[in-house]
Design a protein around this ligand. Structure first.
Ligand code: PEP
Length: 258
């Protein structure tokens, strides 16, 4: 068994209406009930407008599923049109948030600085945060994978709030940008190398204990066909899954592999 347990996290992005969400959860509930996993969790980052119905359903039906938001603003309130605050999430019983997904970085101007601000603010308000990092294909081809990961994690490992949260309320997802939604998965060797680098960085810049407690998830075209091999790598503690999390069949097949 994995020392840190395994986290299977789905990222639905801008997919599934409320009705589809409830149908999905109805189908998922018996699977989770019949196949509980010791020391492992399942989580889905659903679209913001489905958070409330999903959180309510999970609570009412006692489904062992964590519901998370795909982003949250660092201010508690104010003139930030279109944004969602942590108090709004907490009001509806959501205490999980994804920060720094590559789509947020590439399409919506998220930077390492705003990733830090969102992470620290969410942690200070009692949320659990999964921060995404990962290099583009161009960066990998230029031999910059390591330096990109270092710079994406640098501000976090320097910040007191984040430093104290690693392994408890703060975890990392390594998502090579070239593997997200492309059908091209990192090979187990490529993923293992990046995960080991991240673990080592946390060990030297934060502490061995905090580093060892931190879950590092792999994300990028995970499917039931490749997940087992990835999960066999010692520093891979689960998956952050986009496409294969949308269909109940592939999603439950992934759960069966843990
Ligand atoms: C993601 O959305 O974070 C992701 C990894 O997507 P996919 O599994 O579709 O590549």
């Amino acid at each position: 068994m994995k020392p840190r347990g395994v986290l299977l996290a789905g990222n639905w992005k801008m997919n599934h209406l409320q009705k589809e969400t409830l149908t999905f959860l109805d189908a998922l509930a018996p699977v989770l009930k019949n196949t509980p996993k010791q020391n492992s969790q399942m989580r889905i980052y659903v679209p913001a407008l489905s958070l409330e119905v999903a959180a309510k359903k999970v609570k009412t039906d006692s489904i062992l599923l964590q519901i998370g938001c795909q982003n949250a603003h660092y201010e508690k309130a104010g003139a930030f049109t279109g944004e969602i605050s942590v108090p709004m999430l907490k009001e509806i019983g959501v205490d999980q948030v994804l920060v720094g997904h590559s789509e947020r970085r590439q399409l919506f101007g998220e930077t390492n600085e705003t990733v830090l601000k969102r992470t620290v603010s969410a942690l200070e308000q009692g949320m659990e945060v999964l921060v995404c990092v990962g290099e583009t294909l161009e960066e990998r081809n230029q031999g910059k994978m390591q330096s990109v990961l270092q710079s994406q994690l640098e501000l976090l490992v320097q910040h007191e709030t984040a430093r104290k949260a690693f392994g408890e309320k703060l975890h990392i997802a390594y998502e090579p940008v070239w593997a997200i939604g492309t059908g091209v998965t990192a090979s187990p060797a490529q993923a293992a190398e990046a995960h080991a680098l991240i673990r080592e960085l946390l060990q030297t810049k934060v502490s061995p204990a905090y580093a060892n407690a931190t879950r590092i998830l792999y994300g990028g075209s995970v499917t039931p066909a490749n997940f087992k091999e990835l999960l066999a790598c010692s520093d891979i503690d689960g998956g952050l899954v986009g496409g294969a999390s949308l269909k109940i069949e592939s999603w439950t097949q992934l759960w069966a592999l843990i």
